[in-house]
Design a protein around this ligand. Structure first.
Ligand code: BGC
Length: 750
């Protein structure tokens, strides 16, 4: 655990140039706009340790799988979003000497990420040639004009003599990924220009052997400054402009760099240059102040709908805002072809690909905090990839559709067998998200049109993947890995079987409502439907009568069951200390598994069932997936285990800010950032939505807090919920009257 930033409600701020924690600093000062994003790397060359990372959503490259490719059905490649062409690179020289914070001593250092406006600022005073100069660099990626990244330099001469300031503003295609099987160059430069008023570079991802489309990316830079353009700079892989100015004592200069980034995802390769020139012209109509004002205004709108205010605990306040800020910087639903990588634009791990995290953990948050079209775009993403999911099922010799664990285009991209072949529970969550969206919004349009196509194919997969045990006279699912990845190749994972059964019955229920034409399109026979019905009725869901719990899998109770508290502290986390074999044999649970299923269907289990399962499984859970804590916080709150709920909340809220798992240096845990919001809203405030769309709350106030307040967007209304020790206020800010329940009492919001 490490806290390197100061506690502040709206900023991530430090006054230390902390070279030891440079990567950690970079992760936490990441910014993005859904289309692109970057770690908080410095603009100028930095000779110390750093993890440069600028990423463009959906611009990826297939990497050869390392193991297993000789086995039938194995994915051919492992996809990764690659490091983009570096367009923020801007080197600074003072009296001919390069500024390099890897070596230079600086004073008055400040690094601040303003979460209210989405602006990253760095300031320092550096001495070169015995002259002191103050440098301030501001940058933002625009959430108004997605192709724009704007940088503003203010350089002030604090010395009593003139200094020469030189700025080289570059576009550099010579970049690498740390986490890749190849050490090759990703980008082939196909065109570049160093003309002063038309500086650009177009690169194309290198060819691959897998038939995956190559991406072309164009970057144009434009400068607004009083500095004199000195010369164009051109080398292999990079292009730019150099500016110089003699700066009189006690004066300052401003330098602005605007990078416009377009990709072949939006324009054909031949149209990249004209389009980036066009966007450059559009942006050139506005001053930096205007661009920034538009950015601030747009962020203000997001916050108005989404902010959570916590009184009495500034660190909790900073935690939740940081999580919301980073989530919205990763995805705000503008583009249905994009999704939410577990590390977003903040690191290389998980390759920027889409996981079940989106539907399982991010969808409930976006449903409440953004316009429904944001969540709808997440659903459309999967609908558009149905043929890829069908391909995955075929690869395994099965019918229907198997949504991938890791993907960009619907095709499974993961290179571990237990995940590719076995973690099929993800298919259930894709179906669950359709149900969740429909229940939340009350809008059945997607369900009855695209949704039913997805559900039918997922149902077909389950119906083919189960087998009938003659001995038990039950349908079973063998050879799986549940959400708890600390068990592989198990039989009858309760959660997986439950989701398979539920998907079949939800699909049958939905089919009753779809049009005859649609039904005909789905080519369902009576025999197929009655087979589904038989599976629903005879699905085996392992449980132990004596303990009154659902069994995570067959044989779980035969393990040497010892609580996590029995593991010596110096052996935690077990995934960094134990062999994989020892972990698999142990009873320890990585993340919610049975409890994940209970969370999905909260209302369908009695309080006693929830309690027995929580009391049994939570003490065996090591929470070594960042997705774990939120589910436990919500269930603990539901069971009135308030201290446990708060403990679990703390784990999710500042996971990255306090580097809880000692791994934030390689990026933020974006998809689990939803956890703190879920813990507050579904946990502390007890928000639920019934199948009939009844919204209800059962709030409590954590002891350390004096109040909390949040907004939710529900069926066209905007509500503000404020909780203090002795009262709960719910205000209808926008929309029609609404009947809700608070602590089981019905009331009408006018
Ligand atoms: C978790 C998975 C998750 C993945 C990406 C893993 O550690 O066990 O459930 O999908 O991380 O966040």
């Amino acid at each position: 655990m490490e806290r390197i930033f100061e506690v502040d409600p709206w900023q991530i701020v430090t006054h230390q140039l902390d070279r030891k924690h440079k990567r950690l600093q970079e992760s936490m000062t990441s910014i993005g706009n859904g289309y692109m994003g970057m770690r908080g790397v410095f603009e100028e060359d930095y000779s110390g340790d750093s993890l440069p990372g600028i990423y463009l959503g959906g611009v990826w490259y297939p990497d050869k799988t390392v193991v297993g490719w000789w086995k039938n059905g194995y994915p051919d490649y492992f996809g990764k979003v690659i490091n983009a062409i570096n367009f923020i690179k801007t080197n600074l020289k003072i009296d001919g000497q390069a500024v390099d914070l890897g070596k230079d001593e600086v004073t008055a250092f400040k690094l601040a990420l303003d979460m209210h406006n989405g602006v990253l600022t760095r300031q320092f005073i550096v001495t070169k040639n015995n002259k002191q100069v103050q440098v301030t660099i501001e940058r933002f990626v625009s959430i108004v004009q997605k192709e724009l990244c704007a940088l503003r330099y203010t350089v002030e001469n604090l010395a009593s003599e003139a200094v020469e300031i030189e700025i080289s503003s570059m576009i550099d295609a010579d970049v690498q990924n740390e986490d890749a099987n190849y050490g090759e160059q990703f980008w082939q430069v196909i065109e570049q220009s160093d003309a002063a008023d038309d500086t650009y570079l177009v690169g194309k991802t290198m060819p691959n052997d897998f038939g995956v489309p190559r991406f072309s990316v164009g970057v144009q830079i434009d400068h607004q400054t009083t500095m004199m353009a000195d010369t164009g700079l051109q080398e292999a892989h990079q292009v730019g402009q150099r500016f110089k100015q003699q700066l009189a004592p006690k004066t300052q200069l401003n330098f602005e760099k605007r990078a416009v980034v377009v990709t072949s995802r939006d324009y054909s390769e031949l149209d990249l240059v004209p389009n980036m020139q066009r966007i450059k012209q559009v942006v050139a109509q506005q001053s930096y102040q205007q661009l920034l004002a538009a950015q601030t205004n747009q962020w203000a709108k997001r916050w108005q709908m989404a902010d959570v205010v916590i009184a009495g605990d500034d660190s909790a306040q900073q935690g939740i805002r940081f999580n919301l800020f980073q989530l919205f910087s990763t995805f705000y639903g503008e583009d249905e072809r994009l999704n939410i990588g577990p590390k977003g634009f903040t690191g290389e791990k998980y390759g920027g690909a889409t996981y079940w995290d989106t539907e399982g953990f991010a969808m409930p948050l976006y449903l409440s905090l953004a316009d429904p079209k944001v969540s709808l775009n997440l659903l459309k993403y999967r609908h558009n990839q149905l043929s890829g999911a069908e391909h995955n099922a075929r690869q395994q010799g099965l019918k229907g559709a198997l949504y991938p664990m890791v993907t960009f285009d619907g095709i499974e991209n993961h290179n571990e067998w237990e995940i590719t072949f076995e973690e099929i529970h993800r298919n259930g969550t894709i179906a669950y998200a359709i149900y969740n969206y429909t229940r939340y919004t009350g809008d059945e349009t997607y369900l009855l049109n695209e949704g039913i196509e997805v559900l039918t194919e997922i149902a077909r997969f389950w119906a083919d993947r189960v087998h009938f045990s003659q001995r038990a006279q039950r349908y079973m699912i063998h050879g799986v890995t549940g959400p708890n990845e600390y068990e592989n190749n198990i039989n009858n994972n309760w959660y997986t079987n439950l989701l398979a059964q539920w998907t079949l019955s939800y699909t049958i229920e939905t089919l009753k409502k779809v049009s005859d034409n649609k039904k005909a399109d789905l080519r369902l026979s009576d025999a197929e439907l009655s087979q589904w019905q038989a599976i629903i009725e005879k699905m085996y869901l392992p449980q132990d009568e004596q303990l009154g719990i659902f069994l995570q899998q067959d044989g779980f109770l035969d393990k040497d069951i010892q609580p996590v508290s029995a593991i010596p502290a110096d052996q935690r986390p077990i995934n960094q200390h134990w062999s994989w074999d020892k972990i698999l044999r142990s009873p320890y649970i990585k993340q919610a598994d049975v409890l994940q299923g209970i969370w999905y269907f909260m209302d369908r289990f009695s309080a006693a069932e929830k309690k027995r399962n929580f009391d049994f499984y939570e003490p065996l859970t090591v929470h070594e997936s960042s997705l774990s804590a939120a589910v436990h916080a919500i269930l603990a709150a539901d069971l009135h285990y308030e201290d446990k709920a708060v403990e679990m909340y703390a784990r999710t809220a500042r996971l990255d800010l306090d580097n809880y798992n000692n791994d934030t240096d390689d990026g933020l845990h974006i998809t689990s950032m939803t956890g703190s919001w879920l813990a507050i809203v579904q946990g502390f405030a007890g928000m639920r939505i019934s199948d009939e769309g009844q919204l209800s709350f059962k709030p409590f106030l954590p002891k350390k807090w004096t109040a909390y307040e949040f907004h939710i967007n529900f069926r066209g209304r905007l509500l503000k919920i404020s909780v203090t020790a002795d009262r709960t206020d719910i205000k209808l800010l926008k929309g029609d009257r609404l009947a809700i329940q608070v602590n089981d009492a019905s009331m009408m919001l006018e």
